[in-house]
Design a protein around this ligand. Structure first.
Ligand SMILES: [Zn+2]
Length: 367
């Protein structure tokens, strides 16, 4: 398989290229993003070529591109780990998909299939996960086309608007999987969501669709009415948790923010409550100091969650279609990728940023 670096070398001009991507030719803190033309490669028997329709932007795309994930960094030249597309070419061994199928792709391209975690169905914890992420195998979905293995692609039901589908495999899955595991499985009813942004707004919507009582805790001066409109039953500001701390009625907290000292949020939980970490602070900026006595005396569980496995993905997409739970998105044109990226980098996006991959500036790549 061609490496990303080989693909994006300055050897193709626009007239010769098959694909135009939005990416960088180097990977470092000063990464400069631009439109890069390159050619499609010959497919391996188990691969497909996809015409990308919509692609999501996530802070992790940038973290992976600019070496900001510490020692475990995975560098990419063309980010984009969740996207929706139409299949335009199939390798000879692909039997479960056909030409013109519309599919949604999550972060995993495939998994090793042999490690302890893959064998129990937890592909999201695969021992070789760093090698299984989309851009590690080639390049990501910030492009007009994508090629690779689609073992973990899911066909999109007609009830899901395509521009909303890609975020379901990213933010949607990240909140849905732990809700299924910790809330539904335990028949809990009281959920608190901390941080009402890309992840948190979907957690509120899923919570209401699951019949839960949802308390939202905002980390900013966000408009309370906006959060109520998402479905939250009550809204608190993180600086004013006294009442909630006195009530101690929450069964499960979904922590969707990398900010703040989690110790104050743990105190809103009932005894045996579960605190689920879905987000973490930037390396070196952890402000948390946990009261171990409170944790032990109240039998509190603090758990992490790392997107979800293949079953979770399928169930998340089905649940979203059935209950019409979709993300709120800000939609940008492909030609305006600079603006979309600027919005992401400035942390000014209210919820989710999605780019429509049809280009007006480069129409020859739309086929
Ligand atoms: Zn594995």
């Amino acid at each position: 398989m061609s490496s990303t670096k080989e693909l994006i070398e300055d050897k193709y001009n626009l007239d010769q290229a098959d694909v135009i991507a939005y990416g960088s030719k180097s990977n470092n803190q000063e990464t400069k993003f631009e439109f890069i033309p390159f050619k499609l490669r010959k497919l391996a028997p188990d691969e497909i070529t996809l015409k990308t329709l919509y692609t999501s932007l996530s802070p992790y795309d940038i973290a992976f591109s600019t070496s900001k994930l510490g020692d475990n960094q995975i560098l990419t030249h063309v980010p984009g780990h969740v996207f929706v597309g139409e299949i335009v070419e199939l390798g000879s061994e692909v039997v479960n998909l056909k030409k013109h199928d519309i599919v949604c792709c999550g972060i995993l391209e495939k998994s090793c299939g042999n490690c302890t975690y893959c064998l129990e169905g937890s592909q999201n914890l695969c021992e070789s996960i760093d090698d299984m992420i989309k851009w590690k195998q080639g390049y990501g979905g910030w492009a007009t086309h994508w090629q690779g293995n689609l073992k973990y692609a899911h066909k999109i039901s007609q009830e899901i608007p395509l521009e909303l589908a890609s975020s379901l495999m990213d933010a949607g899955l990240t909140v849905y999987a732990p809700m299924k595991k910790h809330i539904i499985a335990n028949k809990h009813k009281e959920l608190a969501v901390i941080g009402i942004g890309r992840l948190g707004h979907l957690a509120i919507k899923y919570g209401k669709a699951m019949g839960l009582n949802v308390t939202a805790i905002t980390m900013s001066q966000q408009n309370t009415e906006d959060i109520i409109n998402l479905g939250a039953d009550a809204v608190y500001n993180f600086e004013n948790l006294n009442e909630l701390t006195k009530l101690r009625k929450i069964d499960v907290v979904l922590y969707c923010s990398g900010d703040g000292n989690i110790d104050s949020f743990i105190r809103i939980l009932k005894k045996r409550g579960i605190f689920v970490l879905l987000s973490a602070p930037v390396l070196g900026e952890d402000k948390s100091k946990i009261d171990e006595h409170f944790i032990t005396h109240n039998e509190i569980s603090i758990v992490g969650s790392h997107f979800g496995n293949d079953d979770d993905m399928r169930q998340c997409v089905d649940f979203s279609a059935r209950h019409r739970v979709f993300p709120n998105v800000e939609l940008y044109d492909f030609d305006d990728f600079d603006k979309a990226l600027e919005k992401l980098n400035s942390w000014k996006a209210k919820y989710t940023i999605v780019v429509k991959c049809l280009s007006h500036k480069y129409p020859r790549f739309n086929n």
